[in-house]
Design a protein around this ligand. Structure first.
Ligand code: ACO
Ligand code: OAA
Length: 445
């Protein structure tokens, strides 16, 4: 659009609200209390994120813990590893139905997911191939909204129907992101268009790997690492931005496709799931601007520049660092760091891994120094995930979509909870700080 400059000046001028007004009217900006803790707006049984304790009114930093339906996510990961099996489908079962499945129940559930991986007839041809997008999250959101038209009963928000829709979506996400990626490679990157059908009996990790590889080949180790990442990203309480979006939209009694696409839109954001792709850009920037990757003061100086908004994308953010709840550590980042270390040794990328670790170690002190803040800041789940994916040859375009393949399980569990226990439309307040004005007739302006 030409000549938007004048409009922009009007908008920035007329939309500006003085920070002081937020204090005066006691606005809980970002739905946070003064100490940074979230405003309590709901109850959930799905997940619990533990990042601090309150001792005599003071927030005290502790190591992070994450529970799915009361079960420590680290024990889910450990059990899958010990029993040498995949764990994401068990995680989905637990999140959706509220308890661990027996072996037979899990097998049956995997069968149901397998039967639902294929997209409806002609869906891929008509919606993905004919209308690709450079951005797979964008294509995923549009695909989810379009699936509404392929559903004979889209607007029935009864628990029974919503549950069917949720299970179908969880099963279809791997296929949608894989096909969207293949279409993107063809239409935007001039590569051959290769579309495989989802193979029977594959779990989510295997389905994704087989659909994005021309020869459909992957190793057991690759599938296991991806499965681990899927377990770790599946759920994060009701208050994280994308899950809250699903609660919010679901509370209006709208359809499942509208609610889940809201979650996707939120997760794409660079302060949320989209941070994993920003981390990769930031690391490229750091690697090309720092001469000695193990020079602590050179790395610290560059992190200072980033925090001051003078390097990388100018946002002032060190991506993959900081969290709304975790203070000392994010348990998922710890697990992904271990995986990254092993893969880096194998791929002879230990120098790069050590740079990641150095950034992880230096960020809290640089942050405190530059910001003059006593806030505890730790590495989050998005810091190591992209590095792990890259070492497995997974393309960057899929980093945030993989997060969505996993988190859709949490979104669906929360949508079901909102339908069953929510009951009231979510409707917070905004105080209007615009003074009243009379309407001026056109001829008098
Ligand atoms: C899956 C996930 O969503 S995990 C998070 C992924 N996001 C990122 O990695 C992006 C970088 N991190 C951030 O932007 C933030 O830490 C968030 C969005 C994750 C959490 O944000 P908040 O809860 O608002 O942060 P919090 O209240 O703890 O921060 C307070 C201050 O520290 C700043 N801060 C927090 N993290 C960072 C960071 N990584 N880099 C620079 N500044 C930061 C905030 O901008 C805020 O500054 P201000 O008071 O000048 O506005
Ligand atoms: O909880 C949050 O604010 C962010 C989130 O979803 C996560 O860390 O997985």
């Amino acid at each position: 659009m030409s000549n938007t400059k004048n409009y922009l000046a009007e908008v920035t001028g007329n939309d500006y609200i003085d920070s002081e007004l937020y204090t005066r009217f006691n606005v809980k900006r970002g739905l946070r209390n003064a100490d940074g803790t979230g405003v309590l707006v709901g109850l959930t049984r799905v997940g619990d994120v533990h990042g601090y304790i309150i001792d005599e009114g003071e927030k005290v930093a502790v190591d992070g813990k994450l529970y799915y339906r009361g079960i420590d996510v680290e024990s889910l990961v450990a059990a899958a590893e010990k029993e040498d099996r995949f764990g994401f489908e068990e995680t989905v079962y637990l999140l959706m139905f509220g308890r661990l499945p027996s072996k037979a129940e899990l097998e049956q559930f995997c069968g149901i997911l397998g039967e639902n991986r294929a997209l409806p007839d002609n869906f891929a041809e008509d919606n993905i191939m004919k209308a690709p997008s450079r951005d797979i999250m964008n294509k995923l959101a549009r695909s989810v909204l379009t699936l509404y038209s392929y559903d004979d009963n889209p607007d029935d928000n009864s628990p029974e129907n919503a549950l069917r829709q949720c299970i179908e979506l969880i099963a279809r996400f791997p296929t949608i992101i894989a096909y969207s990626y293949m279409a993107k490679k063809h239409y935007y990157d001039n590569k051959s268009l290769i579309i495989h059908s989802p193979a029977a009996g594959c779990n989510s990790a295997e389905t994704i790997l087989s659909l994005i590889r021309p020869d459909q080949k992957y190793s057991r180790l690759e599938a296991e690492v991806l499965d681990l990442a899927l377990i770790l990203h599946a759920e994060h309480g009701g208050g994280n931005n994308s899950t809250f979006a699903v609660h919010l939209v679901s509370s209006a009694d709208t359809d499942t496709y509208a609610a889940i696409s809201a979650g996707i839109g939120s997760l794409k954001g660079f302060k949320h799931g989209g941070a994993n792709i920003k981390v990769m850009g930031m690391m490229e920037d750091i690697k090309s601007n720092i001469k000695k990757w193990d020079d602590e003061s050179e790395v610290a100086d560059y992190l200072t520049k980033i925090l001051q908004g003078n390097a990388y994308d100018g946002s002032g953010l060190i991506y993959g660092q900081g969290h709304a709840i975790y203070t000392k550590s994010d348990p998922r980042a710890t697990l992904l760091r271990d995986k990254a270390q092993g893969l880096a040794e194998e791929k002879k990328l230990s120098d790069e891994f050590n740079l990641y670790k150095l950034i992880e170690r230096l960020t809290p002190e640089v942050f405190k120094k530059v910001k003059g803040s006593d806030k505890d800041i730790c590495t989050n789940v998005d810091f190591y995930s992209g590095f792990v994916y890259r070492m497995m040859g997974i393309p960057d375009e899929l980093f945030t979509p993989l997060f969505a393949v996993s988190r859709v399980a949490g979104w669906c569990a929360h949508r079901m909870e909102e339908i069953i226990s929510g009951g009231r439309i979510i409707r917070p307040a905004y105080k209007c700080v615009q003074s009243r004005m009379p309407y001026t007739p056109m001829g008098e302006r």
